[in-house]
Design a protein around this ligand. Structure first.
Ligand SMILES: NC(=O)c1ccc[n+]([C@@H]2O[C@H](COP(=O)([O-])OP(=O)(O)OC[C@H]3O[C@@H](n4cnc5c(N)ncnc54)[C@H](O)[C@@H]3O)[C@@H](O)[C@H]2O)c1
Ligand SMILES: [Zn+2]
Ligand SMILES: [Zn+2]
Length: 364
């Protein structure tokens, strides 16, 4: 099969690699129909995630079709259309029992395109298939559900729910990339009073208004803390969601919140940030961090089916899976291309096409 293979910092190639096979009875093999690229893949390519070994297939977000199941897989069969999400779950360890799949100690958690081969490929091996994939309801398109593989549950769980966004709240979201915009989209489910988005990039701020931000602030030109205080009788935001991942924006979030407010950090940080306890200790603030668990994926999928959530707004560019290299170029030049998410899709496979396996029951 073909796959996007990481060869060390700065090096990637779309190349032929061995087809994945069932290694454990709980595995399934999925034919990838749609995939996408995450900011984390760019971090890996910069060499920021040294656990990723050269030779690893990248990608942790896909929609695909089951083509083979291990002997112990009991709830999936060939032809099932599934969302393969960034988090897998062994289903048995203490953390999986608690719904903290992101912390799985039984071999799951974030493993695709990290510790095992990922999903920017024609086929992938999915461990713990029964407890890790989500069947896609028939009427939904790949593009409607693809962003449930990472950004929507991430922003909803680690941003909105950890930040305890509630009706009437002023929510300040720092960073208007896919994660910040997914926080705008999912915060709206909880009827906040006002969503304020802060970013340095005017094109991203315009996107934030399209996604439903009430107020946008360019903090390169405007004092964001003064602006948010001006909107809230001098108090500050009820919730600040950090969606960038640099020390300044974490520190900005702690300045933006009111006494008793909440900072929900979603950004992945590569450097230490200063925690101003000398100012914060008396303010009853709550600060949370985390990796996504994807425990809300089923409910978000249901909201899409019910027409209450439309993640297709994130798809700014579309490529054939074979053009993954070009898709990386476009995605990594987001400042020029205005890319949010790039969709990599295969065409409906034709039976007997060389290098593709036959898929039973896939409607071909
Ligand atoms: N916790 C998790 O499970 C999880 C999962 C996925 C991604 N992430 C992280 O979330 C963060 C955001 O991801 P993304 O894909 O949206 O990233 P992105 O790079 O596309 O977007 C970041 C945005 O922040 C803005 N920005 C940069 N510096 C700023 C500053 N000083 N002030 C205001 N805005 C600033 C940029 O203009 C950009 O629009 C990243 O750190 C990513 O690694 C976390
Ligand atoms: Zn990701
Ligand atoms: Zn587990």
């Amino acid at each position: 099969m073909k796959a996007l293979v990481y060869h060390g910092p700065g090096l990637r190639a779309w190349e032929t690699t061995p087809d994945p096979t069932v290694l454990e009875p709980t595995d399934a093999i999925v034919r990838i129909d749609s995939s996408t690229i995450c900011g984390t893949d760019l971090h890996i390519l910069k060499g920021d995630v040294p656990e990723v070994k050269p030779g690893t297939v990248l990608g942790h977000e896909a929609v695909g079709t089951i083509v083979e199941t291990g002997a112990a897989v009991s709830t999936l069969e060939e032809g099932d259309r599934v969302l393969v999400s960034c988090i897998t779950s062994c289903g048995r360890c203490r953390f999986c029992r608690e719904g903290h799949y992101g912390l799985c100690t039984g071999g799951g958690g974030w493993i695709f395109g990290h510790l095992i081969d990922g999903l920017q490929a024609e086929y992938a091996r999915v461990p713990f298939a029964d407890t890790s994939v989500h069947k896609v309801p028939e009427p939904l398109t790949d593009e409607q559900v693809l962003f449930l593989a990472d950004i929507l549950p991430t922003s909803y769980e680690v941003g909105v729910l950890n930040g305890k966004v509630g009706p009437g709240d002023t929510v300040a979201i720092v960073g208007a990339g896919p994660i910040g915009l997914a926080a705008v989209m999912t915060a709206r489910l909880l009827t906040p009073g006002r969503i304020v988005v802060i970013d340095l990039d005017t094109a991203r701020l315009a996107k934030a208004r399209e996604f439903g931000a009430d107020v946008t602030i360019d903090n390169g030109h405007e004092d964001a803390v003064a602006a948010v205080k001006g909107l809230t009788d001098g108090l500050g935001a009820d919730v600040a969601i950090e969606a960038v991942g640099v020390p300044e924006t974490f520190e900005l979030c702690t300045d933006l919140i009111r006494p008793g407010g909440r900072v929900a950090n979603v950004g992945v940080h590569g450097h230490p940030a200063t925690l101003h306890l000398e100012k914060l200790w008396i303010q009853d603030v709550t600060i949370t961090t985390g990796l996504v668990d994807t425990v809300t994926t089923p409910i978000l999928m249901q909201l899409i089916e019910q027409g209450k959530l439309d993640p297709t707004l994130f798809a700014t560019h579309r490529f054939a899976l074979d053009d993954t290299m070009a898709a990386y170029d476009t995605f990594s030049a987001a400042a020029e291309s205005n890319a949010l998410k790039v969709v990599l899709a295969t065409q409906t496979p034709v039976m007997g096409t060389p290098h593709r396996r036959e898929v039973v029951g896939a409607g071909v």
